[in-house]
Design a protein. Structure first.
Lengths: 398, 419
C-alpha cells in the first residue's frame, strides 16, 4: 500500500486543466474575435451545467414538475445545444447592439459584468443556492499502485468494493521492457514527426502541427505497450512507490475535451467559416472588405463559445458531483488566467495556458502544505510572473 | 422607528459608499483604470484602522495587535483620543495605498482589460487570505471590538432640555435650509426635463418625510423629523446621539474626499490624468511619465476607499471578511455609471439612487422562504439597469462634469472633455 503522490496530483491537474481548457477555448474566441473580455463567461458555464440538470434531475428544481429523468449523456447534449441557443441570444440582444454603437473595450467589460449578474442571479432565483447533483451511475475508482523495485516496475490495481479494498490486478514490467518501450516511443514519435514535416512558409496551415502529432504518437506507443505488454510482477519490495486514482470520469473528461478541441480545430482550419473567423480575428474591417459577413461570424463565435462553456460546466458538475450557482464564477479567474497566459489571440495558446494553470494549481497545492484554499492564488502568481516576462503571452499569434 | 432614524442610517450608508465610489471614480472615471479589485482597499482600510485603534488582547481575538492608538493619546482627553483614531484611519489609508502600489506596478503596464482581471483576482485572493489566516486578523470570525471615536461624549448634551432642543433644532433647520437652497439652485440650472424630475421628486419626498408621519403619529413625529439632529430620548435631557454623529462624521469625510478629488482633477495634474484616459500616447508624447500618473491615481483612489472602510467599521461595529465580497466593487461601478462616469456629483447621486432602491426594497413584504428570490431579483435588476444605462445613456444621469481646465476640444468652446 503506497500513498498518492506527485504523479496523482499531476493527473488531477491534467483533468482540472482539461475543464479549464473547455472554458478557455470559448473565452479566447470571444476575446479575440468579438473583442469582449467576457466576465459573463463563468456564469455561462453555470447556466450550461444547470440546463443539463433541468433534463437530468428536474425534481431538484422547485419551479419544475418532476417529469422524470433523462439519461445523463442525452441531458448533457440537450444542455449544450440549449446553451448554444442562449449564446445566440446574448449576441443578438446585447453584444451586437453595443458593437453597432462602436462601444469601446471598457464598456464591453462592464456590459459583460451586467450580463454576469443577471445570469448568476437568474440561476439563484430559479433554483436557490443549495448543492444539487446529477443523477448518474455510480463510478468506481481504481487505484493504480506503481512500485519501482530492483528488477523493474510492479503495478497493483485495487478497488473499493462494498467497503473492502480488493486487489483486482497485479502485473509488472522488467527494466529491459521499460527501456525498450521508451526507445520505441521516441522512435515512433520522431518517425511521425519526420513523415509529416514539410517546408513551412507563412501560408502553411497544418491541421495538426507535426510536433503535436509526433508527441501524440509517443504517448500512444507508451499506452499501447503499457496495456498489452503486461508481464509478471517484479516483486513488491519497492524503492519508490506512488499511487494514482483513476476512474471513468477522468478518461471521459480528457476524451471529450480533446474531441471538442479537435472539432474546433477542424472548423477553424478547413472550413470557409473558420477562415472567415480567423480573418475577422486578425482585422475585422479588412475581412468585411473582402466580403466576410462579420455579424454572422460573431454569431457563430458566441454560439460555439456558449456551447464550449456549457460543456465545461457539465463536466465540472459531474466531476465535482455538485452544482452551485457560484461554480462558474469560481472557474472564471483560472480561465481568464489561462487565456491571458496563452496570449489572447490564439485558441491553441489558451489550451496550453489552461494545462499550465491546471497543473500548477493541483501540483502547487500538493507541494505546498496547507495551501488548499489558495489554488486560484497559485494560478495568479504564475500569470503575473509570466506577464512580467512576456506581456504578449506564451504562445504569441496563431 | 421614526422616519428620521431610517433616513439617518440610509444617509450614513450613502455617504460612506459615495466616498468609496469617489475613490473609484478617480481611477475609472477620470484616469480610465478598470479596477475590479477596489473592494480590497475598502477591506484593508477597515481592518488596518480597526486593528490600530482597538485595545490589545481583546476577548475572542487571536490576530495581530491591537495597538490601542486612541488610549495612547487618551491621556490628552477626548481630543487626544480622537487624534489617535485619526492616526489609525491615516494608517489604514496608507496601507491601502501601499497595497495598491504593489498591485499596480506589475499590472498597470499591461493592457487595460488585463488590469481588470488581475485586480479582480488579487482582491479575491486578499479576501481569501484574510478569511483563512486566523493569526492575521482573526479569520472568518471577524473583529467585534471596533473602536468608536468619541463614544463617551455621546449623547451630547449642552445642559438643559430646552437649550439642547434650541441649539440642535436650529442646526437641523439650517441643514434643511442649505439643502433647500442647494436644490433651488440645481432646479434653476436644469433643463426642462431636469426641472420636471426635480419638481415631482422633491415634493414627493417632502410629503413622505414631513406630512405622512404627522398624519399617522401627530405633532411629536413632525417635531422629531424636523429637528432631526435632536433626539429627545437620548439621555435625561435629550441631545445628539451617536448615530447622528457618525452621519456627520461620514458626511464630513465625504466632503473632504470630494474636495480633494475635485482639486486634483481640476489642476493641471488632473488634466494629465484625463488625457491618459482619452489617449495615453498623447501625454506621453508631451513628455509625461504616464505610468507614474496612473500609479498615483490608483493609490489616491485606494486611500479614499480605505478611509471609507474605516467609517464602515464604525457604522457597523463589526467587520468580517464576508462583508467585502467582489459584488461591492460591482455595486460601486453601477453607482458611478448610473450617476455619470467622471462626475463626482453624479457618483453621490448614483450611490443615493442605488442604495435608496436597494434598501427601500427591504420594505417589500415577501414570505421568508422567498428571501433568496428577492435578493436575486434585486441583483438581476441591477445587471439589467447597468446594461440599459450603458446602451441608452452611456454618459449616465448627469454626464461628465465641467472642469476648470478642459482638454482642448474640436470646437474649443471649453466645458467638458466630451469630444
Amino acid at each position: 500500500m503506497v500513498s498518492a503522490g506527485l504523479l496523482d496530483a499531476t493527473v488531477q491537474g491534467l483533468i482540472t486543466g482539461a475543464v479549464i481548457a473547455g472554458g478557455a477555448l470559448g473565452l479566447s474566441l470571444i476575446y479575440d474575435i468579438a473583442e469582449v473580455p467576457n466576465f459573463a463567461h463563468g456564469d455561462m458555464i453555470t447556466i450550461g451545467a444547470y440546463l443539463a440538470l433541468v433534463f437530468n434531475n428536474p425534481g431538484e428544481i422547485p419551479f419544475l414538475p418532476d417529469f422524470g429523468s433523462v439519461p445523463f449523456v442525452l441531458a448533457a447534449i440537450i444542455g449544450v445545444v440549449l446553451a448554444g441557443v442562449l449564446g445566440a441570444v446574448y449576441e443578438l440582444a446585447i453584444f451586437r447592439k453595443f458593437r453597432d454603437n462602436d462601444a469601446d473595450l471598457i464598456t464591453m467589460v462592464i456590459v459583460s459584468l451586467g450580463l454576469a449578474l443577471v445570469l448568476r442571479n437568474a440561476v439563484l432565483f430559479l433554483v436557490g443556492s443549495k448543492n444539487i447533483q446529477y443523477q448518474t451511475p455510480r463510478v468506481i475508482t481504481t487505484n493504480f499502485d506503481f512500485l519501482v523495485t530492483q528488477t523493474g516496475l510492479t503495478v497493483i490495481t485495487t478497488q473499493r468494493q462494498a467497503g473492502e479494498l480488493v486487489t483486482t490486478g497485479e502485473w509488472g514490467y522488467p527494466w529491459w521492457l521499460i527501456v525498450a518501450g521508451i526507445l520505441a516511443a521516441v522512435a515512433v514519435g520522431y518517425a511521425v514527426f519526420a513523415l509529416y514535416r514539410e517546408e513551412e512558409d507563412f501560408t502553411t496551415v497544418s491541421l495538426i502541427p507535426p510536433k503535436i502529432l509526433g508527441a501524440a504518437g509517443s504517448i500512444g506507443t507508451v499506452l499501447l505497450l503499457g496495456v498489452f505488454a503486461r508481464l509478471d510482477p517484479q516483486g513488491t519490495d519497492y524503492i519508490l512507490g506512488t499511487q494514482i486514482g483513476l476512474n471513468v470520469k477522468h478518461i471521459t473528461i480528457l476524451a471529450v475535451v480533446i474531441v471538442a478541441m479537435f472539432i474546433l480545430n477542424v472548423i477553424l482550419k478547413t472550413t470557409k467559416l473558420g477562415r472567415a473567423m480567423r480573418a475577422t480575428a486578425d482585422n475585422m474591417a479588412l475581412a468585411e472588405v473582402r466580403g466576410v459577413d462579420a455579424d454572422r461570424v460573431q454569431l457563430v463565435v458566441w454560439v460555439v463559445a456558449a456551447m464550449l462553456a456549457a460543456l465545461a460546466g457539465i463536466l465540472t458538475g459531474w466531476f465535482a458531483t455538485n452544482l452551485t450557482p457560484n461554480m462558474g464564477f469560481a472557474l472564471l479567474l483560472p480561465i481568464f488566467a489561462a487565456v491571458i497566459l496563452g496570449g489572447i489571440s490564439s485558441p491553441y495558446g489558451a489550451v496550453a495556458g489552461a494545462l499550465i494553470i491546471g497543473l500548477s494549481m493541483d501540483v502547487g497545492v500538493y507541494l505546498i502544505p496547507g495551501s488548499s484554499t489558495y489554488r486560484v492564488a497559485i494560478a495568479f502568481v504564475i500569470l503575473i510572473g509570466v506577464l512580467l516576462v512576456k506581456p504578449e503571452g506564451i504562445w504569441g499569434d496563431v | 422607528m421614526a422616519v428620521a432614524d431610517f433616513i439617518i442610517s440610509l444617509l450614513t450608508f450613502i455617504a460612506i459608499y459615495s466616498l468609496f465610489g469617489i475613490g473609484l471614480n478617480l481611477k475609472f472615471g477620470f484616469t480610465g483604470l478598470i479596477d475590479f479589485g477596489h473592494v480590497a482597499y475598502f477591506m484593508i482600510g477597515a481592518y488596518v484602522t480597526v486593528v490600530l485603534t482597538m485595545p490589545a488582547g481583546a476577548a475572542g481575538y487571536s490576530g495581530i495587535g491591537g495597538f490601542a492608538l486612541p488610549e495612547l493619546f487618551g491621556v490628552l482627553g477626548p481630543i487626544g483620543s480622537l487624534f489617535g483614531w485619526l492616526l489609525g484611519v491615516l494608517g489604514g489609508m496608507i496601507a491601502a495605498a501601499l497595497v495598491s502600489l504593489a498591485v499596480g506596478v506589475p499590472t498597470l503596464r499591461l493592457r487595460e482589460d488585463y488590469l481588470a482581471i488581475t485586480a479582480l483576482g488579487i482582491a479575491t485572493i486578499l479576501t481569501t487570505v484574510v478569511n483563512d489566516e486566523e493569526w492575521l486578523f482573526n479569520g472568518p470570525f471577524g473583529i467585534n471590538t471596533v473602536h468608536a471615536p468619541l463614544r463617551d461624549v455621546f449623547p451630547l448634551s449642552l445642559g438643559s432640555f430646552t437649550l439642547n432642543m434650541a441649539v440642535f433644532g436650529i442646526l437641523s433647520l439650517a441643514a434643511f435650509g442649505l439643502t433647500g437652497y442647494w436644490l433651488a439652485r440645481a432646479f434653476r440650472r436644469q433643463g426642462r426635463r431636469g426641472k420636471l424630475v426635480l419638481g415631482v421628486l422633491v415634493p414627493l419626498v417632502a410629503v413622505w418625510y414631513f406630512v405622512l408621519p404627522t398624519l399617522s403619529d401627530g405633532m411629536v413625529e413632525l417635531t422629531r423629523n424636523t429637528l432631526w439632529l435632536f433626539d429627545p430620548t437620548a439621555g435625561p435631557k435629550g441631545g445628539m446621539d451617536y448615530d447622528r454623529f457618525v452621519l456627520l462624521l461620514s458626511v464630513a469625510a465625504l466632503g473632504g474626499g470630494y474636495w480633494l478629488v475635485e482639486r486634483t482633477i481640476n489642476s493641471p495634474y488632473g488634466r494629465v490624468l484625463r488625457a491618459i484616459r482619452e489617449d495615453e500616447d498623447v501625454p506621453r508624447a508631451l513628455g509625461k511619465e504616464t505610468f507614474q500618473y496612473k500609479l498615483q491615481a490608483l493609490m489616491l483612489g485606494s486611500a479614499l476607499a480605505g478611509a471609507a472602510g474605516a467609517l464602515w467599521a464604525i457604522n457597523i461595529g463589526f467587520i468580517a471578511p464576508d462583508q467585502f465580497a467582489a459584488t461591492i466593487t460591482f455595486y460601486a461601478f453601477t453607482a458611478v455609471i448610473v450617476g455619470g462616469t467622471a462626475n463626482n456629483k453624479g457618483v453621490i447621486l448614483g450611490t443615493a439612487f442605488f442604495w435608496g432602491i436597494r434598501n427601500g426594497t427591504r420594505f417589500i413584504d415577501v414570505p421568508s422562504q422567498y428571501s433568496i428570490q428577492l435578493a436575486a431579483s434585486r441583483l438581476m435588476l441591477i445587471g439589467v439597469v447597468l446594461i440599459l444605462i450603458l446602451y441608452y445613456r452611456p454618459e449616465g444621469l448627469l454626464g461628465e462634469q465641467d472642469y476648470d481646465i478642459p482638454l482642448p476640444s474640436r470646437d474649443s468652446s471649453g466645458g467638458t472633455d466630451d469630444v
